[in-house]
Design a protein around this ligand. Structure first.
Ligand code: BG6
Length: 514
């Protein structure tokens, strides 16, 4: 971890930041080594971990993809990627030692021979680099390739089920397209792997502020007693982005924001805010509680969808003063596309803690700014004893800012100085950056390290993914069957369609302006 303008040791808040457990020797195999994910995220994360001495010395990174490259070319490509995208830039001796870990195997992953060659290559790595037969296979390839690729690994005898040497497989979202395909994918994975070997990456769980939700809720006695229907009026979760579909028009046409962001990242946030405290912070105990929460969310019926879900699509507009095109004008998008780039939901949780407390979720592309936050809105006081009209107090709001400007703020009522009782909302604010004075690790660094340590707490389990799809399926089915008549229904650079207020059903609630 890099200190930003401060000495780590000098900041008492930073105590405990360093990792103490080192992963065992291992070969880290990247399928899809010439792709975008490898350049933007995987290689920079691996190098940052290496640089910060969090990887074992006996380590190998083996890139696999179709292109013809030798080790030297792969190393050069890796250096350029880390220089461009890395939090830690390639640095003298440390880069030289890391680049020695990097080797490349070219070949088609549809071809059994590629796997034979890879197997031999990995055996050699075991001898030359001491990787001890341990393997992480990172599938940076399209999801349709997961099942056949994993089967080929199994057929080639490259999957161990023993505790040591271990085999772990990392896959990236989307985990299916709907409940049925997610179940089918889980079934297919089960043919070759056991659940503990599958690491389903949702990079939101690698974010420092998302993990802080656990600590905030379960390491403070102050908040947990009020974290329920007695004092909370409702919760709003927002994932707003000014970016559009960024050249991924064709992907978005198959996906839409409900699948791209709500089903995974937002369901993770919802389950962390709503779950019961686990007995211990272990992978299965934490995930059991998350699944229990997701299963308590009221499953929307077809006839509810119009009342609880609103979709939107951006038209042309301006972001930060710059004109941008509408979704339908993006490359790869149909001129009459009905795919949503905005979604707002009202979810109700049927359990003792949350009955009657609606959770409002919204996600959108081309909104005015980048902000991910969870706002917990408390109830108004039952009675105000002050006579003056100016004494009207806004209810308290606790905002957990996931990004950017990571931190937590609490809005509460205070007396305006003077001879009368006038009340005004003020804010208590905690900021990660200024309090700790260090830059947190990137989500991919944290999650890759956890995978190497065999800790799947921050990875999605099969039943968790299925529980989340169970909630999305009725909405997707209704949206699929009913063409929206009003698309595009929000201008790029605005806070989404006016119809999003429908989820409040005329109650005295409104979307926040983050
Ligand atoms: C990805 C989505 O999973 O998350 C993108 O596919 C989205 O559409 C991104 O932009 C948001 O991630 P972050 O870390 O920038 O909030």
């Amino acid at each position: 971890m890099t200190a930003v303008g401060t000495d780590l040791a000098a900041n008492p808040l930073s105590v405990g930041m360093a990792r103490t457990v080192a992963p065992e020797p291992c070969a880290f195999v990247i399928f899809g080594a010439s792709g975008d994910l490898t350049s933007r995220k995987l290689l920079p994360a691996l190098y940052a971990l290496w640089h910060d001495m969090l990887l074992p010395a006996r380590f190998a990174v083996v890139g696999v993809s179709r292109g013809d490259m030798d080790d030297a070319a792969f190393r050069e490509k890796a250096r350029a990627a880390v220089a461009e995208f890395g939090r830690v830039k390639p640095d003298g001796e440390s880069w030289r030692a890391f680049s020695e870990c990097l080797t490349y195997v070219g070949g088609d992953i549809g071809d059994a021979q590629t796997f034979e060659r890879l197997r031999e290559h990995l055996k050699k790595a075991d001898t030359e680099r001491g990787t001890a037969g341990n393997r992480v296979y990172y599938l940076a390839v399209p999801p349709s390739v997961f099942p056949p690729l994993i089967k080929k690994l199994g057929d080639a005898g490259m999957v161990e089920h023993a505790e040591r040497p271990y085999t772990r497989v990392v896959i990236e979202k989307p985990f299916g397209h709907d409940l049925r395909s997610a179940k089918a994918l889980n079934e297919e994975l089960k043919q070759t792997l056991v659940e503990d070997q599958v690491f389903r990456m949702d990079h939101y769980l690698g974010k420092e502020t998302v993990q802080n939700l656990f600590v905030f809720r379960f390491a403070n006695s102050l908040f947990e007693p009020v974290w329920n229907r007695n004092l909370i009026d409702h919760v709003q979760i927002t994932v707003a982005e000014p970016i559009g579909v960024e050249g991924r028009g064709a992907f978005y046409e198959e996906s839409g924001i409900l699948r791209d962001i709500v089903q995974n990242h937002m369901m993770q946030l919802l389950s962390l805010v709503g779950m019961e405290p686990p007995g211990r912070f272990t992978a299965n105990e934490v995930r059991d509680e998350k699944v229990k929460l997701l299963r308590s969310v009221h499953i929307p019926m077809a006839e509810d969808v119009e009342r609880i879900a609103v979709r939107g699509q951006y038209g042309p507009g301006a972001i930060a003063g710059k004109e941008v095109v509408g979704y339908r004008q993006e490359p790869g998008v149909a001129p009459d596309s009905v795919i949503e780039t905005y979604a707002a939901l009202r979810l109700e949780i049927d359990n003792w803690r949350w009955a009657g407390v609606p959770f409002f979720l919204r996600a959108g592309k081309r909104l005015p700014k980048r902000v991910t936050e969870i706002a917990v809105q408390f109830r108004a006081v039952p009675h105000l004893p002050f006579a003056e009209r100016a004494a009207r107090a806004e209810p308290c709001v606790l905002v957990l800012r996931i990004q950017p400007d990571e931190g937590i703020s609490l809005r509460f009522a205070a007396k305006v100085p003077g001879f009368r009782i006038a009340v005004q909302s003020v804010k208590m604010d905690f900021r990660y950056g200024t309090s700790f004075g260090v830059e947190p690790p990137e989500a991919y660094e944290r999650l890759i390290l956890d995978c190497l340590l065999g800790d799947s707490t921050l990875f999605a389990r099969a039943d968790e993914v299925e529980a989340a799809w169970t909630l999305m399926d009725p909405i997707l089915a209704w949206w699929g069957a009913h063409r929206p008549g009003d698309f595009p229904n929000y201008e790029a650079g605005t806070w989404g369609p006016a119809a999003a207020a429908r989820v409040f059903r005329g109650e005295n609630r409104a979307w926040r302006r983050p």
